[in-house]
Design a protein around this ligand. Structure first.
Ligand SMILES: Cc1cc2nc3c(=O)[nH]c(=O)nc-3n(C[C@H](O)[C@H](O)[C@H](O)COP(=O)(O)OP(=O)(O)OC[C@H]3O[C@@H](n4cnc5c(N)ncnc54)[C@H](O)[C@@H]3O)c2cc1C
Length: 479
């Protein structure tokens, strides 16, 4: 059996690039071990609820790269907008809105940040951006989020808020998160005025890509790739776990840069320098997630954030020591408050998550109990109205999605972000990477979709010239 392109993995990145290339007339085969496609962004049905496999918020909704990709393959995704967020900051309820700057300024003011402080920071950032653009951009490339913010303010409340947004977007502590990644994310969120939720649930994105792929003659094979076959530094295809081989001059891996290089291809095909670089790449943090099916609607909250302490550094140090904080940071969404059809009539789905590091051999039960206690504080009546709940621990994420239970994939940390992000081109001719690990400047699902858009163009130009090997040789050296 042969194909023009084999895609290893049917996550958002893999399905996206597959659908785009199939629409261009390429014969594309996606190999994905699970029946449920979409990788870390998928949904399944249970008792009439449409449950996200994990927990998702979509910061730019219809303006995002995921939706641009869907439009390109003729499978539009419908969204319900959600621009406002209630946040409880250290005991105080404040409202933020991406559609109303005034609401946000009022919220910050209520949280204890004086107007003049906010105006002063805004003015200094604008001045640097306008008058010292080169230096400003240089600092974005080099700074972590905390160091960058300290250039403008040491206000504890502003730091707690920015740390929360940065951790939500990048899932790394804000002193590790790259400003080169966080700045474009925030800029785009403000420009497009907020997020939303797919009408068909999280899985609606992957479903749209799979439909596009199949309609264009592409195929999804339910199997696991055991190895990527290489001859004379050129890709020749893949071998599946049952020993079957599929030949193709192009293999695009959505299985992650580290897993692909170190496990699927094999170290002998790369230089020591490249291997050392790959071995040193670090993942984002993991998370604890709880999804709760309720027999009635008990909250109007659509998107809610709880920051239990303004001492962000202290909070993360507690986590890093493996100790359970008294209360955990909480990001809560109720998809059914936006789209009631995602649950049986009158019932409600609430999804919560909190970032935690991944440690093997951890007993997560006390963590889940502590997290439920935090959740209950904001959802009175939770226990008596719970039909069932589904808990996802970092160990579950590792088992289902691999990569040390990471939320995002390779962390958007200083040193592996922006121009330092691994290239989508590998040093092996015909081997490409797609998905979050090879994407830059967006959040999770969008990052994967953005990478698919870019990868399809890169591969198309090589395949389109019908000289994959020779055009790959002419490409600049991969990082
Ligand atoms: C708990 C949690 C919460 C999150 N919250 C958000 C959020 O709110 N907003 C957001 O934008 N993002 C969020 N994310 C992140 C986002 O879901 C991911 O970053 C994104 O979906 C990754 O897409 P991907 O295509 O790069 O990779 P993946 O989704 O990891 O897909 C990789 C695919 O490759 C397959 N694969 C692996 N090995 C092989 C092999 N050997 N052979 C064949 N196939 C293979 C896997 O089965 C998988 O389907 C969250 C993630 C988690 C875990």
């Amino acid at each position: 059996m042969g194909a023009d392109v084999i895609v290893v993995g049917g996550g958002i990145g893999g399905l996206g690039v597959a659908a785009l290339l199939a629409r261009k007339g390429r014969k594309v085969v996606v190999v994905e071990p699970y029946k449920l496609v979409g990788g870390r962004c998928s949904s399944f049905e249970k008792d009439g609820f449409r449950i996200p496999t994990y927990v998702h918020a979509f910061p730019r909704a219809e303006h995002g790269y995921h939706t641009a990709l869907a439009r390109k393959i003729g499978e539009p995704i419908a969204w319900v907008r959600q621009q406002d967020c209630i946040m409880n900051l250290n005991g105080l309820d404040v409202e933020f809105s991406l559609s109303s700057l005034l609401t946000t300024i009022r919220g910050m003011h209520k949280a204890g940040v004086p107007w003049f402080e906010l105006l002063g920071i805004g003015g200094r950032v604008a001045k640097d951006l306008l008058l010292q653009r080169k230096e400003f951009e240089q600092r974005l490339e080099e700074d972590d989020v905390r160091s960058w913010l300290l250039r403008y303010t040491d206000n504890e409340t502003i730091h707690a808020l920015v740390a929360c947004f940065a951790t939500a977007a990048l899932v790394v502590p804000y002193w590790e998160g790259s400003m080169a990644e966080f700045f474009p994310i925030m800029k785009e969120m403000l420009r497009t005025k907020g997020g939303g939720y797919p009408v068909e649930g999280c899985g609606g994105i992957a479903d749209a890509y799979e439909n596009g792929l199949r309609k264009a003659g592409g195929e999804v094979r339910q199997a696991k790739v055991k190895r990527v076959m290489i001859e004379d530094n050129c890709v020749t295809g893949v071998e599946l776990e049952d020993g079957e081989t599929i030949e193709a001059p192009v293999v695009i891996s959505n299985a992650g840069v580290k897993s692909t290089v170190l496990e699927l291809v094999g170290e002998e095909h790369f230089s020591t320098e490249y291997l050392n670089r790959v071995r040193g790449l670090e993942y984002s943090m993991s998370s604890l997630a709880v999804q709760i099916a309720l027999d009635k609607k008990i909250t109007d909250l659509k998107f809610f954030t709880y920051i239990p302490s303004l001492d962000t550094l202290g909070y993360f140090k507690t986590l890093e020591k493996g100790e359970i904080p008294d209360e955990l940071t909480l990001w809560l969404t109720s998809p059914t408050n936006l789209i009631p059809s995602l649950a049986p009539e009158g019932k409600q789905l609430v999804c919560c998550m909190t970032p935690v590091p991944y440690w093997p051999d951890t007993d997560w039960k006390p963590w889940v109990e502590a997290f439920l206690k935090t959740i209950e504080r904001f959802l009175p009546g939770l226990r008596e109205h719970t039909l069932w709940k589904r808990t996802v621990t970092p160990e579950n994420i590792r088992l289902w999605s691999g990569k040390e239970g990471t939320c995002i994939g390779l962390g958007q940390r200083v040193g592996q972000s922006g121009k330092d992000r691994p290239s989508m081109r590998s040093p092996v001719e015909g081997l490409y990477f797609v998905g979050v690990d090879a994407g830059t400047g967006a959040v999770g699902v969008e990052l994967a979709a953005k990478s698919a858009l870019e990868c399809s163009e890169e591969v198309e130009s090589a395949v389109g010239a019908a000289k994959v090997a020779s055009s790959a040789k002419a490409l600049p050296q991969s990082r």
